[in-house]
Design a protein around this ligand. Structure first.
Ligand SMILES: [Zn+2]
Ligand SMILES: [Zn+2]
Length: 216
């Protein structure tokens, strides 16, 4: 869903029957050959159980078709055109309601990830640690891009990367190990070390830690 048009997430649809806010639902998969197809991945459905269309639908369907079902009001994204769907029970479609806030959040993160990946090629020249750190610390980012970002740390030679990486909990322990190794190399290259007492970064030559005052 991520790379597609997500503008429907911002749409508001109101049921003309009960005036309640319609919920964005995942469109059901359509079987090839039955010629239906909504032409959309999502649909807005009034799932209010006190909606008059739904309440009165049971008797209408019974009278017209002789089976137990009712109606739900539906609109497609970008459209206010009226669609009526038949449902067999009150819970139909309730499991396919899309958490639009969550998807919007995921999409923002994904856009940030894409922007960071795009900057990787020039980050060393630009001395821009930010996209590198973003990818390394983003557990949802693509693993290949995260590894690429880690591989740039040494050349970037920016000790500012150490604290955020140290404070991050990696789900992938191999990434964590790679980072730890590179941090040790960076420290060495810059004649720095970690204080064995408080783990702050201090000069290799320091006799006393300036952070915790311990003799080192
Ligand atoms: Zn309604
Ligand atoms: Zn210390």
């Amino acid at each position: 869903m991520q790379s597609k048009d997500l503008s429907f997430l911002n749409e508001e649809h109101t049921c003309p029957y009960c005036k309640s806010k319609m919920l964005c639902c995942e469109a059901p998969p359509v079987h090839v050959g039955d010629g239906l197809g909504w032409g959309s991945e999502a649909m807005f459905i009034c799932l209010a159980d006190d909606c008059s269309l739904f309440l009165e639908g049971w008797d209408k369907v019974e009278a017209n078709y002789g089976h137990h079902a009712s109606y739900r009001y539906m609109e497609l994204p970008g459209s206010k055109e009226e669609n009526i769907m038949m449902v067999g029970n009150k819970d139909a479609f309730k499991a396919s309601v899309i958490d639009t806030k969550e998807i919007k959040k995921q999409n923002v993160r994904y856009q940030e990830e894409k922007a960071a990946v795009a900057k990787l090629d020039s980050c060393i020249k630009d001395k821009d640690l930010e996209p590198v750190l973003f990818l390394i610390l983003d557990e949802a980012a693509n693993l290949k891009d995260r590894k690429h970002a880690i591989s740039l740390l040494k050349e970037m030679n920016n000790l500012d990367c150490i604290e955020p990486i140290k404070n991050h909990t990696f789900r992938d322990t191999s990434l964590e190990q790679q980072c730890r190794m590179i941090i040790q190399e960076l420290l060495k290259d810059n004649f720095m070390k970690e204080c064995p007492y408080c783990t702050e970064i201090i000069k290799v030559r320091a006799k006393k830690c300036m952070h915790c005052n311990e003799e080192v």
